[in-house]
Design a protein around this ligand. Structure first.
Ligand code: ACO
Length: 322
């Protein structure tokens, strides 16, 4: 049976660092509050002339190099993003052109902070069904563009970045299973309530901002991200002790710690980047994955559980043998 295997990872962070001290000068907050409530110390912010596709391109080039393939070997491109460069064409099409690839399908997936898990699920199914043999899967965001930088409840949380993986068809997995879910009844708890079709006047005024019921989101994130660990383990008839690394969505260290505690996965097995990246939405999981691959924590043969949670609500996981 054909399966998909991760053969390369890459990531990119914009140069500009926004520290908690910087935020103290922008809103009524302080470093101690941000660290203790979120674990975040700093986050990256894209330059004014840097767009999501620019970040995606750099992460993709690094993943392609790590995989040792040519750009033209890629026959599927999926970009998970909430902050597409343009309404259309998709960021995936823009990226495809940058990479000099012509012909194979390229499209975006929008599931906010769970976007990379959704993109991975789709790419895995393309490969399993023989519709693709070498997929570039990217999570990329300039989330700073949909933040109200005068709202202390949200602006301290988010950052910009991109991560990418190359999936290749193989006879053995690879991706053991993927699991994705959504429940739209929670649509108002975490959202940007305007767009090109609704309340466009607010977009024109530059007021397309993220709004959030932080406490509710927190509770739901812990429950969903704990349950989905169990779902992935049961689907593969595996025990939590067999998981070498948990790579969770990086929204808040308290969410990550609570999930680890509920799922009984020790903190030494959890990859953490939220302190330096903040919440980069769809980019957070592939960024953390790439960091742990490049610093030698994640190595071939290990079992890795990736998971994401975001607006919608939408949430998902992937259990991978590296
Ligand atoms: N600095 C100082 N004080 C603040 C700040 C701040 N930046 N923000 C809020 N406060 C104040 C509040 O006004 C409140 O004051 P009050 O008691 O006088 O009213 C007090 O701090 C406590 O506020 P809470 O909202 O209860 O603080 P909480 O401990 O819940 O932490 C937080 C808030 C960090 C937002 C938390 O709820 C959280 O992380 N939620 C999940 C958010 C998340 O993960 N979102 C992204 C999901 S992924 C996606 O799809 C994008």
């Amino acid at each position: 049976m054909t399966c998909s295997r991760v053969i390369g990872t890459g990531s990119y962070l914009p140069e500009k660092i926004l520290t908690n001290s910087d935020l103290e000068r922008m809103v009524d907050t302080n470093d101690e509050w941000i660290r203790s409530r979120t674990g975040i110390c700093e986050r990256r912010i894209a330059a004014d002339d840097q767009f999501t596709c620019d970040l995606a391109e750099q992460a993709s080039l690094r993943a392609i190099e790590a995989a040792g393939i040519k750009n033209t070997d890629i026959d599927l491109i999926i970009v998970a993003t909430t902050t597409a460069d343009q309404v259309f064409p998709s960021t995936a099409c823009l990226l495809q052109h940058r990479l000099g690839i012509e012909g194979p399908p390229a499209f975006d997936v929008q599931a906010v902070c769970a976007g990379f898990m959704f993109a991975l699920d789709v790419a895995d199914k393309f490969i399993r069904t023989g519709s693709a043999r070498c997929a570039l899967v990217v999570g990329a965001e300039t989330f700073s563009r949909i933040i109200d930088w005068t709202d202390r409840r949200t602006c301290i949380l988010f950052g910009d970045g991109a991560g990418a993986v190359i999936l290749k068809a193989d006879n053995s997995p690879g991706i053991l299973s993927t699991h994705i879910h959504s429940d739209g009844k929670y649509k108002d708890l975490l959202c940007v309530p305007v767009g090109v079709s609704k309340n466009y006047n607010l977009v024109q005024q530059g007021k397309a901002y993220t709004t959030m019921e932080g406490g509710e989101v927190f509770r739901w994130a812990v429950t969903a991200m704990s349950d989905i660990i169990e779902e992935a383990l049961v689907a593969n008839n595996m025990d939590k002790e067999q998981i070498d690394w948990l790579v969770p969505h990086q929204a808040n260290i308290r969410i990550i710690n609570a999930v680890g505690k509920r799922a009984k996965i020790p903190s030494e097995k959890v990859v953490i980047t939220v302190n330096r990246h903040g919440n980069t939405s769809a980019a957070s999981v592939p960024l953390a994955l790439d960091e742990a691959v490049r610093d030698g924590r994640i190595v071939s043969g290990q079992y890795i559980l990736l998971e994401g949670f975001g607006g919608g609500f939408s949430w998902g996981s992937a259990l991978i043998k590296m």
